[in-house]
Design a protein around this ligand. Structure first.
Ligand code: ADP
Ligand code: MG
Ligand code: MG
Length: 918
């Protein structure tokens, strides 16, 4: 049934040059197919693909994303070429359907649907029933012998068009609808008869006329043009932009517009509409899953106004259509080799497919589905590696409730388990409050009647999302799953009063700020706060749970072991302490890429010794303090080496400015003043001395001040002590039959001579220790490349370095000149104006900082071809940055222990992609 795929990227390129902007689908043949997603958007490409497969898809055409880009290039104007092609395709559609715009015999009615390459809930609402006007509504009535249906379709059209295209508030239409209902003494929409709906239509038209100063457009072609332009416009609406920002979707790819013949799910009890998944998108279970409504149109199912019925019930209501739907969707899943999320409408028992796409799923479901598809031989292990979003794995590490604590509270109510995970937070009722409160450091629970795309910023920061209406495919459910955010929807017992900001569950009333918890896997909601605890996977890694007892751990491990087979780069972790190193090892890190020695200085009883060292005003005193620190550091290093079982451990010598280890100047001054005022004398002298030293150490710009290699150069005894601690630990472990591979790393080097100076100290002390212990330990001395000058002179620096580790946090800071601690003040504005798409500290700026990284790599390897190169900045755990490091030829990436699974999978995907390109 499905034709063989044509050559991959070729088609899009060909059409880009041909100037073809509008693509037809219908009658078993389409001009596009699924390989044209860039051009037709996901929806359009899949409508074409389904049409080619002979599935029942209402005919139509897709106006390409290229037309949208052109619209913006020409200053928000549709080019005449696009308009002419649209008119041609419209004629073709009229021929194929036997209906035509404005016809009194058989009026053509269409939907106008947006559809970008990536599905974007932030974009325009669909317009249905376009082509209706005062005349064609009569024709529709005559054709269907259903006057009520015809009027209802017309009033829906005016409402959607009025809202989406003319930007008139939904409530203005709702208001009129309510007024008519009130006047007729009815409460529900279906109780309105044809006459009543006629009045609604008249009122709607008056709303349009007063709000726009023009009558409601009667000409179908005008209606179509205006709707098309509204789709193009919606690409730049704030919701869509916010969505793109969160998901890193480029701003310049544009959206396609799909124009498609209407089919009607609202002609009566033999019609309906629904949505579904070929597998459960929350748990991954292999079950037919979805919802439908009888006698309903379009978004009724997901709007949360009527509560839809589970799809299994369709079998009893319309067995033939149900059977056909199951067959089609099973075929679709086999064809696309992935879970499908589909939309359908049944008109008088006749089934139509309106959409299919690969289904969004929770991280949990993603892992279950990928491993199941391999077991079912639908995909190969490498395909499973490709299909799971690396971020899904970090969702699997999200906390769960301790069952004992959870059981203590009674179930207040239940909703639909839309997205798994334990959530506990303080109730807020608006997205804006959610953001405000979470900025103030609170954990919030966003509680809404239903969510809308405007809520996305609030959903993003909330611990969980709870709604009163809506089904498993409502906005809250879909977005919650995608964000990996615990969500429970359709908890019908919730009564939310937005005005008084209260929430009633039975006899209980909750105010804003009260605690609420729920379990997104079961749908149970409880009043109160419940502590959360580590996920099952983390429990296995911690050794609290046997691996064999955890199904999900088995799958997680399986997937990652497939990833490891195709991955080229090594994965290390940034860990400072033995316990962190153990977790990292458990997650699959084979090496430490960054052990920050100064973090050890903050351990119990240590900071006092560190301060003693800093306060020393002569070398002898300083050495005495360092002697006390030595055994402490040595024990830590010993533990870290041991936890790594012979994998390399990169240890960085002291990096931060010394004042970070001392109390704040203001705090000291207050304390001294208080002591002086109360006559307290104990310790006063020490405090004064401390203050004097703090003032002496004060720097105007500490990040550019006395830190990194500069400390080692001015106080070589610190480097000496640290080298000794590292090497003694390595020797001790070696003597006990273990293996240690120390890599000593000098930070912030921008000049070869800095490294040379410190390397001499390191090598001298290391050799001394090796001689004392009489054992052999191989060690490397290298440097961080994090100062732009270091990257630019990497060929020089490589003369003395056994390895480079790119410190992309500082390198980003120093390349952009953005302080990492202050960027928050303006990053939002930069993103709003489209100056930056993503936070460069989270995702590597490939064109700027990346150039320096590439140059440093190339120059370093020019001097020393076997130079070992890695990254230890935050970017080491970011999938898109990992792609860049793969391309640049890094040997490894290093990230936080919890990101290790993400990095393993992302590195595998990067390797597969790079490999596919040769
Ligand atoms: P979204 O991208 O928000 O899912 P769609 O373009 O898929 O928006 O449209 C939403 C719903 O509108 C569809 O699921 C379907 O129920 C209805 N719809 C769209 N086009 C048609 C059509 N030609 N005939 C009948 N219903 C339609
Ligand atoms: Mg849809
Ligand atoms: Mg640094």
């Amino acid at each position: 049934m499905f034709k063989k795929q044509r050559g991959k990227a070729g088609n899009a390129g060909r059409y880009a040059k041909s100037g073809k902007f509008v693509f037809f689908f219908g009658r078993g043949k389409a001009e596009g197919d699924r390989t044209l997603r860039d051009l037709l958007g996901g929806k359009g490409a899949n409508l074409a693909e389904m049409t080619n497969a002979g599935l029942p898809v209402p005919p139509g055409f897709t106006i390409s994303t290229a037309a949208c880009r052109l619209y913006y290039e020409e200053g928000r104007k549709v080019s005449s070429k696009v308009d002419a092609q649209m008119a041609d395709q419209l004629r073709k559609l009229e021929k194929v359907t036997g209906a035509s715009f404005g016809s009194m015999k058989n009026p053509l009615l269409v939907s106008v649907r947006s559809g970008a390459k990536f599905s974007m809930p932030g974009m325009m609402d669909t317009i249905l029933n376009l082509g209706l006007n005062d005349d064609t509504v009569e024709a529709l009535k005559a054709r269907t012998s259903n006057g009520r249906f015809a009027r209802d379709s017309y009033r829906r059209f005016i409402q959607m068009f009025g809202n989406v295209v003319l930007e008139i508030g939904k409530e203005e239409f709702e208001h009129e609808l309510e007024a008519v209902k009130h006047a007729r003494g009815v409460t529900e929409d279906p109780q309105l008869d044809e006459e009543a709906l006629r009045e609604v239509v008249e009122r709607y038209k008056r709303v349009v006329a007063t709000r726009t100063g023009k009558p409601f457009p009667q000409d179908p072609l005008t209606q179509l043009r205006l709707s098309r332009d509204a789709v193009f416009r919606s690409w730049q609406n704030p919701r869509a932009r916010e969505y793109r920002r969160i998901y890193g979707i480029p701003d310049d790819i544009g959206t396609a517009v799909n124009v498609q013949m209407m089919v009607f799910g609202n002609t009566g009890d033999r019609s309906g509409t629904g949505v579904g998944f070929t597998r459960n998108p929350a748990t991954g279970a292999k079950e037919f899953y979805g919802e439908f409504l009888i006698n309903a149109q379009g978004e009724d199912v997901v709007a949360g106004i009527r509560t839809p019925r589970p799809i299994a019930e369709l079998e009893t209501v319309m067995p033939k259509a149900f059977k056909q739907l199951r067959q089609i969707t099973t075929r679709l899943e086999k064809h696309y080799r992935d879970v499908q999320d589909f939309e359908f409408t049944i008109e008088d028992e006749q089934l139509y497919m309106l959409q299919t796409r690969s289904g969004k799923r929770t991280g949990y479901a993603a892992v279950v589905i990928a491993t199941d598809l391999v077991a079912e031989r639908l995909v190969k292990p490498v395909d499973a590696v490709k299909m799971v979003d690396p971020e899904a794995l970090s969702q699997l590490l999200a906390p769960i409730f301790d069952p004992k604590d959870w059981q203590k509270l009674p179930v207040a109510t239940r909703g639909l388990p839309a997205s798994p995970g334990a959530a506990s937070g303080q109730v807020v009722f608006t997205a804006d409050h959610a953001v405000e409160w979470s900025r103030a450091g609170k954990r919030v629970m966003l509680v809404r009647k239903e969510t809308v795309p405007d809520d996305i910023h609030g959903m993003f920061v909330a611990q969980g999302i709870l709604t009163a209406t809506g089904g498993m495919t409502s906005h809250a459910a879909v977005v919650g799953r995608q964000m990996g955010k615990p969500s429970v929807v359709g908890a019908g017992a919730l009564r939310i009063d937005d005005r008084t900001k209260t929430l009633a569950i039975g006899d209980h009333r909750l105010k804003e700020g009260d605690w609420l918890s729920f379990d997104g896997l079961t749908g149970e909601v409880k009043m109160g706060q419940v502590a959360t605890r580590p996920s099952e996977i983390l429990q296995v890694v911690n050794g609290e749970l046997k691996a064999k007892k955890s199904d999900i751990f088995g799958r997680f491990n399986q997937l990652l072991s497939w990833a490891d087979k195709v991955r080229r780069m090594g994965i290390r972790a940034n860990a400072d302490q033995p316990d962190q190193a153990e977790i990292a090892y458990g997650f699959g890190a084979r090496g430490i890429g960054l052990c920050r020695t100064e973090h050890m200085f903050f351990g119990e009883g240590r900071i006092a010794i560190v301060q003693e060292m800093i306060l020393a005003d002569n070398e002898t005193d300083r050495r005495a303090a360092l002697d006390k620190l030595l055994p402490l550091q040595r024990d830590d290093f010993y533990g870290v080496f041991k936890a790594m079982h012979g994998s390399p451990v990169t240890i960085r010598t002291i990096d931060p400015p010394l004042h970070e280890f001392l109390p704040k100047r203001e705090d000291l001054m207050v304390e001294i003043a208080r002591m002086e005022a109360t006559g307290g004398t104990v310790g006063l002298d020490e405090k004064r001395k401390l203050l004097a030293r703090v003032e002496q150490l004060h720097e105007f710009n500490p990040m550019l001040g006395h830190r990194g290699v500069r400390l080692g150069i001015t106080y070589p005894e610190i480097t000496e002590m640290q080298t000794r601690a590292i090497m003694e630990a390595a020797c001790q472990l070696t003597k006990k039959g273990g293996k240690a591979v120390p890599e000593i790393m000098i930070p912030l080097v921008g000049d070869l001579r800095e490294l040379r100076d410190q390397k001499a100290v390191v090598v001298r002390v290391a050799e001394e220790v090796l001689k004392e212990y009489k054992v052999k330990v191989k060690y490397l001395v290298g440097t961080m490349i994090e100062v732009p000058r270091g990257a630019v002179t990497a060929d020089e620096i490589a003369k003395e370095a056994d390895f480079f580790s790119f410190g992309t946090n500082d390198l980003t800071q120093l390349t952009y000149g953005f302080s990492r601690d202050d960027i928050g003040k303006f990053l939002g504005a930069y993103q709003d104006r489209g100056i930056l798409e993503r936070d460069p500290f989270a995702s590597l700026d490939v064109s700027g900082v990346g150039e320096l990284v590439a140059m440093g790599t190339q120059k370093g390897r020019a001097t020393r071809p076997d130079l070992k190169i890695g990254v230890c900045g935050e970017h080491g755990g970011d999938p898109s940055s990992i792609h860049f490091f793969e391309k640049t030829g890094f040997d490894y990436v290093s990230c936080s222990p919890y990101r290790v699974p993400v990095a393993r999978l992302a590195a595998a995907q990067a390797a597969l992609q790079e490999h596919a390109l040769d």
